[in-house]
Each structure stands twice: as C-alpha cells, then as structure tokens.
Design a protein around this ligand. Structure first.
Ligand SMILES: *[C@@H]1O[C@H](CO)[C@@H](O)[C@H](O)[C@H]1NC(C)=O
Ligand SMILES: *[C@@H]1O[C@H](CO)[C@@H](O)[C@H](O)[C@H]1NC(C)=O
Ligand SMILES: *[C@@H]1O[C@H](CO)[C@@H](O)[C@H](O)[C@H]1NC(C)=O
Ligand SMILES: *[C@@H]1O[C@H](CO)[C@@H](O)[C@H](O)[C@H]1NC(C)=O
Ligand SMILES: *[C@@H]1O[C@H](CO)[C@@H](O)[C@H](O)[C@H]1NC(C)=O
Length: 410
C-alpha cells in the first residue's frame, strides 16, 4: 500500500471515530430516565427499537437549537441492566443517581433479572454499582415515580408488579416504600388512616412543606375492576412528616385524565404537567396544564400561549426543569404512532414553547466534581477530545472533523 493512501485511510478512520464520539446519535426511546447533574441532561435506559442502555447527555452550558442537538455518549456510563418504566432519583449532593424498578433485563440473556432492585450511578467516577439495602423486603415495581425529601429519603408509592411477564399481568399497589439513601435501608411505611386506591402511572412532586403531590395515573377501585384513569382534580397528598394521606379536590379548568405523562415543580410552586395518554393510548387535552399549589385548594389552569407551537401529543417521555426551561425528551408520539426524537423546550417564565435554549446568564458557580471520563465528556468536546485524538495531524484535521460532524448531524 502506498504511503499517501495509508495516511488517507488513517485520517478517514480517525474522522469516523471522532464523529461517532462527538456526534453521538442516540436511539429514540420511551419510558426512559433523565436526570440533570452539573449542566448535563443525562438520559439512559427505556424502550428503544433495539435494546440499548447507553448513558448520554445534552450539554446545558451552551445554547442550542432544538432542531440541531449535539448529544455526547459517556462510554463508561452504560447501566448494568436494561430497564424501562423505572424511576431515577438524584441524591441530595447531586453525585449519585438511584435507579429503582421497572422491567429489568439481563443485558446478555435478555431474561428478566430482579436480583438487584436498585442500581446506583456515581457521577464523579462514572461507575454503576448495585448497593445492598437492608430493612423491609420490597418487590419489583413498574410505572412508579420516586421523590427525595431533604433528609435523603426516597418515597416510592404504589406501582405495578407484573407477575406474569408473558402477558404482562399483575397487581397494582398502594404501599409507600421508602429508600433511605443515608442509612441504606428499605422501609414499607405503616400508614394510619385510609391509604389511597392502588395506583400507578401517576406524576409525583414533593413540595417544600414536605407534602408529596400525586396526580393522575391509573387505579383499580376493586379487585375485579379494570384499571381506570384517576380524575386529575382528585389530588392525593402524602405528608412525609406525619405519614398521613389526604385527598384534595382541586379547582380550575378540566384536564383530561392520563397516564405516562410528565411533571415538573417550579420554584414558585407550580406543577406543570405535559403529555400522556388515555387508558387506551389515545391523545389527551390539554397537552400542557399547570397546577398552582400555592392556592388552597390547588387550582388547574392552561397558560394562554401554551397551545401555540405546542409539541404533538407525546407519552412515555421525560421532563426536567433547568432554570427557565422545562425540557421534554423522547417518548412516543401518540398521533403519529412513532417515536419522538426531538427535544421540546417550554419557557416557564414567558409561558410558551421555544426552539432555542440559552444557558442562564447569572448562574451561581456549581462546585460539584466533574466526571473522570475525560476523553469523552470534557466539554466543549471540540476543544479537548478532538485535539487529543488528532495529535500530530494539526488543526486542519480538527476543522475537518467539525465540518463532517455538522454534516453527520443534519
Ligand atoms: C448545529 O450546532 C453546531 C454545534 O452547536 C453548530 O456548530 C452548527 O453550526 C449548527 N448547525 C446549524 C445548521 O445550525
Ligand atoms: C444540586 O443541584 C441543584 C440544582 O442544580 C442545586 O440547586 C443544589 O444546590 C445542588 N446541591 C449541592 C449539594 O450541590
Ligand atoms: C412481583 O413480581 C415478581 C416477579 O417479577 C415476583 O417474583 C414477586 O413475587 C411479585 N411480588 C408480588 C408481591 O406480587
Ligand atoms: C373490563 O374491560 C373489558 C374490556 O374492555 C370489559 O369487557 C369488561 O366488562 C370490563 N370489566 C369490568 C368489571 O368493568
Ligand atoms: C379510548 O378512550 C377514549 C377516551 O377515554 C374514548 O373516547 C374512546 O372511545 C376509547 N377508544 C376505544 C377504542 O376504546
């Protein structure tokens, strides 16, 4: 082989390699997990066209347009199991993700594997482990949403446990299980008074007063009844100080009942819900609604501009709040009958859907440790990764990489 050809091949392969790292194109998915740590929207697991478990992120320290996203793969960050319909909760110090529940599958055999109900991801070292929790025995659950209080206790209400994994049949629960991330113990709380009806597929948010607000989802009113959707005005409240349940009848506009929807709690006490579907997976209205928890009783409203440029009806997506933006990722487009690959941005200050993300200008300096997976995750990637990989090839190659990267993305 002639030397020029060898060099050409080397450059070509290097370009392809760098492209695959810098311009990671994640498989579309639904029923996945998303967590924000350091300026990164981390995404993992879920149901994809083929089983995948990569951990990748969207960099929120830079502005971007939602039609031109740059995803970055954290190569060492793949969770040890495939799981969907699970819940992922961030520790109080923003260092650890606790992943619990869902349909867990062994990545090699693809058999269901419930040998560990909890996996944790240490962000600074980019390592997953299966920590052991003492205490009460807790069974697998699907379609749950965990929330963490300010003492590091994760609350997991109800959920589904598919016992017949072929026909996907199983019971719903109304238990309140807690995972203490400090003492590493499970507890099934003993509840005085009336617990709510068995339920899953709800939205959960913890208010600053320690009350957890549960909205929507499905319930089963008696043993022989079908699963039916919960009225969105029948709000369940759990007091994490007294372990008591109560119900509140919210006021305001009517919101179609739904499951597989998302919610975020804004700093000023509004819970913004988005998407979801009916029991039989048809679309719901309105797509977006706001529950004001400062009012007593809570009040539903639909922001006037929230229907303009609204995303389609999506279910099984996730929503995360980052400063002024509610960020919607992936999910299933109910009307089109296909995966949603876009990221949608709702500005919670101007109350409208936008297409461009701008990082906050006066953001306080966050001092959390950065990941060690430097070759892949240092940002901005074009400054470090491509230079280190392109050693000896000069800046011309770096420029070429960025150009091909742009083409690769479009
Ligand atoms: C897409 O985003 C990249 C990185 O942010 C940027 O360099 C590029 O110019 C953008 N492309 C278009 C077509 O806007
Ligand atoms: C964790 O992150 C949140 C949001 O970014 C921030 O408000 C909080 O101060 C962080 N906590 C710690 C202990 O760094
Ligand atoms: C939950 O499901 C698992 C199998 O997925 C089964 O082993 C376990 O007995 C079930 N527990 C309950 C309480 O139904
Ligand atoms: C449950 O749903 C099925 C199918 O829609 C229906 O035939 C059946 O009557 C329902 N059962 C009850 C108790 O409502
Ligand atoms: C699906 O649910 C919607 C709303 O609950 C209902 O109007 C519709 O008739 C249902 N469709 C089927 C096929 O059951």
């Amino acid at each position: 082989m002639y030397l020029p050809f060898k060099i050409f091949k080397f450059i070509l392969y290097t370009l392809l390699l760098i492209n695959s790292i810098l311009c990671y194109d994640p498989p579309k998915r639904r029923l996945h997990n998303s967590v924000i740590i350091d300026d990164r929207l981390l995404i993992f697991n879920g149901i994809t066209i083929a089983d995948t478990s990569e951990l990748f992120y969207l960099d929120l320290s830079k502005s971007f347009d939602n039609s031109n996203l740059t995803w970055t793969l954290i190569s060492k960050g793949s969770p040890p199991v495939y799981t969907s319909r699970s819940t992922a909760v961030l520790s109080l110090d923003n260092s650890t993700i606790y992943l619990y529940g869902g349909f867990m599958k062994d990545k090699n055999t693809l058999d269901y594997d419930y040998s560990n109900l909890v996996y944790s991801y240490d962000y600074p070292t980019s390592t997953w482990s299966a920590p052991k929790f003492d205490g009460d025995v807790v069974t697998p659950r699907q379609d749950i949403k965990g929330v963490i209080d300010n003492s590091g206790i994760i609350y997991i209400f109800g959920g589904y446990n598919a016992t017949d994994l072929v026909n996907n049949v199983g019971p719903l629960f109304n238990t309140m299980n807690t995972l203490n991330t400090v003492t590493k113990t499970w507890k099934t709380l003993s509840i005085s008074g009336n617990p709510p009806t068995v339920c899953d597929g709800y939205a959960a948010n913890i208010l600053s007063n320690g009350n957890i607000v549960y909205i929507g989802g499905v319930e089963q009113v008696s043993d022989d009844a079908n699963f039916t959707l919960v009225n969105m005005k029948k709000i369940k409240l759990f007091n994490t100080h007294t372990y008591q349940w109560s119900q509140m009848d919210a006021t305001g506009v009517d919101v179609d009942p739904r499951w597989y929807f998302s919610s975020v709690l804004t700093p000023d006490g509004n819970i913004i819900i988005f998407g979801g579907s009916t029991r039989n997976f048809t679309s719901v209205s309105p797509n977006l609604a706001v529950l004001d928890t400062n009012k007593n009783p809570f009040e539903w409203s639909i922001p006037v501009n929230s229907k303009t440029n609204s995303p389609p009806s999506i279910r099984g997506h996730t929503a995360n709040l980052y400063y002024d933006y509610m960020i919607i990722t992936f999910g299933w487009n109910t009307d089109a009958g296909s995966y949603s690959s876009l990221v949608y941005l709702y500005n919670i200050k101007s109350n409208n859907w936008v297409t461009t993300f701008f990082p906050p200008e006066n953001k306080p300096i966050i001092t959390t440790t950065s990941t060690t997976d430097k070759s892949i995750t240092t940002s901005p990637p074009e400054k470090k990764s491509s230079n280190s990989l392109a050693i000896g090839l000069g800046t011309g190659l770096s420029a070429a990489v960025l150009i091909t990267c742009g083409i690769f993305l479009s």
